[in-house]
Design a protein around this ligand. Sequence first.
Ligand code: AHG
Ligand code: MN
Ligand code: MN
Length: 332
Amino acid sequence: MTGIHLTRYLVEQEQQGLLSTPALRLLLETVADACKRIGHLVNQGELGGALGSNQTENVQGEVQKKLDVIANDIMLEAHRWGGYLSGLASEEMEQVQAIDAGATHGEYLLLFDPLDGSSNIDVNVTVGTIFSVLRIAAGSPASEAAFLQAGTRQVAAGYALYGPQTMLVLSLGHGVVGFTLDRNTGTWTLTQASMHIPEQTREFAINMSNQRHWEEPVQRYVAELLAGKSGSRGTDFNMRWIASMVADVHRILTRGGIFMYPRDAREPGKAGKLRLMYEANPMSFLVEQAGGAATNGHQRILDIEPAQLHERVAVFLGSRHEVERVTGYHAS
Ligand code: AHG
Ligand code: MN
Ligand code: MN
């Protein structure tokens, strides 16, 4: 099946009854188009004049990069007139944006992280765009409450990766596929027909600089990994940390591993750093669809009923056996 273009893939999924509506196909094609444009700006780097700080803060109090804002605008603009969306929500916008398409409202909601890993943009390291699609009763306006759905309700999720290759990784709830952008022709071409995460791994990803702030179960789990062959695990583990979740998750979807961003004592009021709706839910959907697991240390991430749009969550995801082990340590 590899070699076909994104449109053909989506049409085939629709014909097989695996993609619920033609509107969803248009929505996903529009996301892919917007990602192509964001990817082009990322590739242009200094030549496009879009690097550096924007001197503004987002709703979470983080300094925005120029490209955070531009990528957000590109995604908003791309969907403004499509008619299939009722509203959008983004990490970079305090409030949800309802689509004003006259009297009718589309039947989908789009949530996104316009530029993930933006601290890496100025140093020319992989960044990406993460997205999640939910359904809303047709005809309903997009209030904030309509977005507060558990991750199990996602009808599609994915990300674009702006790295050595520009890629689009997607799940419609029937496995995970990957497309590579052919920059000569501008087409997304299917290159990974079925991405799968091995159950076992000997590679982990965590920001070790926060070690002193972690809770006991994470201290114990990582200490055992670091002890390697001479410790209770009896084998050596390797570590990677790119600081772009999208790039770390892509590595895990490609060759396995466990990714962790636990809650820690730096900001006791926050459940973690990563955002449930724009990062944890779409990535957990992909990881589960690829045979892996994703928890917050206590429960499956996709089962969490969100209370707030910009809610944070602890994240443990990737190869099933390791995620189950560290989750088990939280219970004991
Ligand atoms: P964003 O650039 O959208 O704010 O997300 C950054 C996130 C995530 O991509 C990454 O895994 C993590 O922050 C890195 O955090 P540290 O800088 O604390 O390692
Ligand atoms: Mn992010
Ligand atoms: Mn971001």
